[in-house]
Design a protein around this ligand. Structure first.
Ligand code: PLP
Length: 430
């Protein structure tokens, strides 16, 4: 594969951008080699600066659920551009998208738009603290809630990949209010709650975590958390930045029938533009300024171009349930295909999947939390990543990420992915 232009750009970028990238995992450090610089994307494909074409398996880390450059979203953006790019004042589109989100996501009675998932989670914790008058919150090991200080403790995603799940720069004072628990372990939560009685404002988690690779909640786990939080007056926050509008139109909370008090959203909600949101029960959201005393603001929040893209995306998903059936089918074909090939080749690697999210871990132990995810052979993953890339399939450049499939993947492309998988596995185990 010829990547001279990407190599040139990467070398040049390092003079001006830390590590040459604007988000760490993009640098490919966990998988070796150098990152590809992307020129354009269309449907199921990414095209790099050297003209190489790749089948997309991460879709901008989740947002592009309908594939890239979808005509309907492009048209909405182009139309919105005609009226100006930012006003810093309320717009009709913001009301429309808020009403739509409230109708789609079970826990959301009121919602505030922000510019990223990070902003959404930071703000949600602040509101939960303001609402309860308590300081501490519980976070699960290996879950990622963006790069807000209080979340960079045993964090998943890039923090885990880069080997610094506890980032320098987070003060001891901040860290002391973040209580850590293993995912999928209700007893651990009971113990933490008992040891910090009346002091915990919130429990935040990815209901279906994708940032230590994809893990699934054990039967009754989310319901159990709901019961503990209700009993203890703790605000239960589902971080559905990844799972929102992906696992179902109402996210994981709809799929599992468990309604949190607050929800954070991102990725798909902006149709590929920088958008996040947090919402929840009216009585909690009424604490947000100017309705209430908890301050949170944003110059570009509710940006009209971003709202137009998000509205087009959400309206489509809301009115086309068949997209979810297709996403599930795509996920099933790929994960079943991978498991069948692995079996034929004598491997028993764990494949976790839900709908259009999946991860293959290079371990045969069950993966259900941070510790079990760490058993994966990341060296093997790096080789697998490169082998797939050279066969034209673009995976997430880290073992500790979920893949995000799109409706643009045709059955023919899925066959190509599976063929690439078989060849790659043979190559790396030879
Ligand atoms: N929460 C979850 C569950 C995420 O997966 C992410 C990003 O991947 C975030 C929050 C942060 O979102 P953003 O990268 O938009 O700040």
């Amino acid at each position: 594969m010829q990547i001279s232009e990407s190599k040139r750009l990467f070398a040049h970028a390092q003079n001006f951008i830390p590590g040459g990238v604007n988000s760490p995992v993009r640098a490919f450090r966990a998988v070796g080699g150098e990152p590809l610089f992307i020129k354009k994307a269309e449907g199921a494909f990414l095209i790099d600066e050297d003209g190489n074409k790749f089948i997309e398996m991460i879709n901008s880390w989740g947002p592009m659920i309908l594939g890239h450059n979808h005509p309907m979203i492009k048209e909405a953006v182009v139309q919105a551009m005609e009226d100006g790019t930012s006003f810093g004042a309320p717009t009709a589109k913001e009301v429309e998208i808020a009403e739509l989100i409230v109708s789609m996501v079970p826990s959301v009675e009121k919602v505030r738009m922000v510019n990223s998932g990070t902003e959404a989670t930071m703000s949600a914790i602040r509101v939960a603290r303001g609402y309860t008058g308590r300081d501490k919150f519980i976070k699960m090991e290996g879950h990622y809630h963006g790069h807000g200080d209080s979340f960079l403790i045993a964090a998943g995603s890039g923090a885990m990949t880069m080997g610094n799940p506890d980032s320098p720069g987070v003060t001891k004072g901040t860290a002391k209010d973040t209580l850590l628990a293993p995912y999928n372990d209700l007893d651990a939560i009971e113990k933490l709650v008992a040891a910090n009685k009346g002091e915990i404002a919130a429990l935040i988690l990815e209901p279906v975590p994708g940032n230590m690779g994809l893990c699934l909640p054990k039967q009754g786990y989310l319901q159990g958390l709901r019961e503990i939080c209700t009993r203890e007056g703790i605000v239960l926050i589902f971080d559905e930045v990844m799972t929102g509008f992906r696992l179902a139109k109402g996210g994981a909370q709809e799929l599992f029938g468990v309604t949190p008090d607050m929800t954070t959203l991102g990725k798909i909600i902006g149709g590929g533009m920088p958008v996040g949101a947090y919402g929840g029960k009216k009585e909690i959201m009424e604490f947000v300024s100017p309705a209430g005393p908890v301050y949170q603001a944003g110059t570009l929040s509710g940006n009209p171009i971003a709202m137009a893209a998000g509205l087009a995306m959400l309206n489509h998903l809301n009115t086309h349930p068949e997209e979810y059936a297709r996403l599930n089918h795509v996920g099933e074909l790929i994960s079943d295909g991978i498991m069948a090939i692995n079996k034929k080749l004598g491997h028993n690697f764990t494949v976790n999947r839900l709908g259009s999210m999946y991860s293959m871990f290079f371990t045969d132990n069950e993966v259900y939390d941070f510790e079990s995810a760490k058993h994966s052979d990341t060296g093997k993953f790096g080789k697998y990543f490169q082998a797939m890339l050279h066969r034209g399939v673009y995976l997430a450049p880290s073992q500790f990420e979920s893949l995000f499939l799109s409706t643009a993947l045709t059955d023919e492309l899925i066959s190509k992915i599976l063929q690439a998988h078989e060849e790659s596995m043979i190559e790396i185990f030879n």
